[in-house]
Design a protein around this ligand. Structure first.
Ligand code: PEP
Length: 258
């Protein structure tokens, strides 16, 4: 639907230094231009580590690239004595369009909770950065058949405290934990089931108009050979790509799925 421009987002995780980042982004831009990629039809975004963002910004601005970029995390705090943290205003200054919040790796390794995710989403929006709010169930929840309930509860918790106008801007990413980095992809039907459930949850929380406008991405071992089927589903508006985003060839092919 209009307003839901598909988004292909590449989460590099803790890979590539700033020089490698410049090489990848430059090659990606060339490859997409070779493929006559239509950026108005499908947005392409990269999520480098913090240390690479300044270099990516300089390259993107200098070459007037249409690729957008964001960060993989952000502090819940505005500024101050939070050693090691990076604030939303710092990311805004670097031209970040997006920030990933609540990635399952952060939930698992760094104690990220729905409460902290909601604070991060709120502070990002305050600085005009769109949060990509990640949710997803582990294998145990999937096997018990509670995946939709699990993810809809995560969405409610992770958006708590947002105004309707703020909620209208967020991007949601459904990333089943069992499919991340495992080579195990949810089927297009599995992805659609949860993404439709998430949209129904958004409708319950914010009404149909807002729910219809929010982009919901699927993430979990998205590759050139499975992206098209996923993107055909009515409630899947893009992909959050981990491993395959480190290969220019694969990420360009995923971006050019249409
Ligand atoms: C991710 O990190 O968000 C992800 C989906 O990783 P992968 O594509 O490697 O499964």
């Amino acid at each position: 639907p209009a307003g839901r421009t598909p988004l292909i987002a590449g989460n590099w995780k803790m890979n590539l230094n700033h020089q490698e980042a410049v090489v990848l982004v430059q090659k990606l831009a060339w490859t997409l231009s070779d493929k006559r990629h239509d950026f108005a039809a499908v947005e392409v975004s990269v999520f480098p580590p913090f240390t690479d963002i300044r270099s990516v910004q300089t390259l993107v601005d200098g070459d007037k690239m249409k690729i957008t970029y964001g960060a993989q995390n952000v502090s819940t705090q505005e500024s101050g004595a939070y050693t090691g943290e990076i604030s939303a205003s710092m990311l805004a200054k670097l031209g970040c369009s997006y920030v990933v919040v609540g990635h399952s790796e952060c939930r698992e390794h760094f104690g990220e909770t729905d409460e902290t995710v909601a604070l991060k989403a709120k502070i990002a929006l305050k600085h005009d950065i769109v949060p990509i709010v990640c949710v997803g169930e582990g294998l145990d929840v999937r096997q018990a058949g509670n995946h939709v309930e699990h993810c809809t509860a995560q969405v409610a918790g992770s958006l708590a405290g947002l105004t309707d106008a703020e909620a209208a801007q967020v991007v949601i990413a459904y990333e089943p934990v069992w499919a991340i980095g495992t080579g195990e992809t949810a089927t297009a039907q599995d992805a659609q089931e949860v993404c439709a459930g998430l949209r129904a949850q958004l409708e319950k929380l914010y009404g149909a108009e807002i729910a219809d406008g929010v982009r919901i991405l699927y993430g979990g071992s998205v590759k050139p050979n499975n992206v098209a089927a996923l993107m055909q589903e009515g409630d899947v508006d893009g992909a959050l790509v981990g491993g395959a985003s480190l290969s220019v060839e694969d990420f360009a092919a995923i971006s050019r799925y249409y």
